[in-house]
Design a protein around this ligand. Structure first.
Ligand code: FE
Length: 209
């Protein structure tokens, strides 16, 4: 399981360098110790993982974005206080405590990374994809965002600025992709199908129907 981000507060600022290299091994060892001490219930742990893998996923985020596209007042509220707005829809909990929604426009494209580890808005997007947690993405998203975007198949117009948001233990971001042209008549459900997980991380665009 992804960690709980207590290590963001490490005094030396580089907690990861002190840890063994294989995260899966480390997690397994921790799980074993905690189970032996009676601090966790393996069945409960499995249920949490199951929930985030199958029940909670990018559909939650897509619903939020579709609503924002359809309703300017909802968009304004979301931009002003995303945590409150998505909580009202029932999307809250682990790793979604402090949400900020950033909106793509004709002049700005937003993209999200966690340079330190893998912070991600679980209640809206589910479990992060493997590439999001990779060293390469974490380093390159900041250093050469346009190149990374191109590798994802996203080529932006020359005049468009790219803004990269670094997630932290405190803050998680949701990108509101631009609504594709030709979607004027579509309802919420139809719009949701155009909103991909990557478009809400900023490594993709919404699908043009
Ligand atoms: Fe992180």
């Amino acid at each position: 399981m992804p960690h709980d981000h207590a290590d963001h507060d490490s005094p030396n600022g580089h907690p990861h360098t002190l840890l063994p290299s294989d995260p899966a091994l480390r997690v397994k060892a921790l799980e074993t110790i905690l189970t032996q001490k009676g601090l966790i219930e393996p069945a409960a742990l499995d249920e949490i993982i199951e929930t985030y893998e199958t029940k909670i996923g990018p559909r939650n985020g897509a619903r939020v974005v579709a609503k924002a596209w359809l309703d300017p007042a909802f968009m304004a509220a979301l931009r002003a206080d995303a945590t409150a707005v998505v909580s009202e829809l029932g999307y809250y909990g682990r790793q979604g405590e402090h949400m900020i929604a950033v909106e793509n426009t004709d002049t700005v494209h937003n993209m999200v990374v966690c340079t330190l580890c893998s912070c991600y808005p679980w209640p809206l997007l589910g479990i992060p994809p493997t590439w999001y947690k990779s060293d390469a993405y974490r380093a390159r998203a900041v250093r050469e965002p346009r190149k990374v975007l191109a590798e994802f198949g996203v080529v932006l117009p020359d005049g468009m600025a790219v803004r990269v948001w670094d997630s932290t233990a405190e803050t998680r971001y949701l990108v509101i992709p631009q609504r594709p042209v030709g979607t004027e008549g579509l309802d919420e459900a139809a719009l949701m199908d155009l909103i991909t997980r990557d478009s809400m991380i900023g490594t993709g665009l919404a699908v043009t129907p």
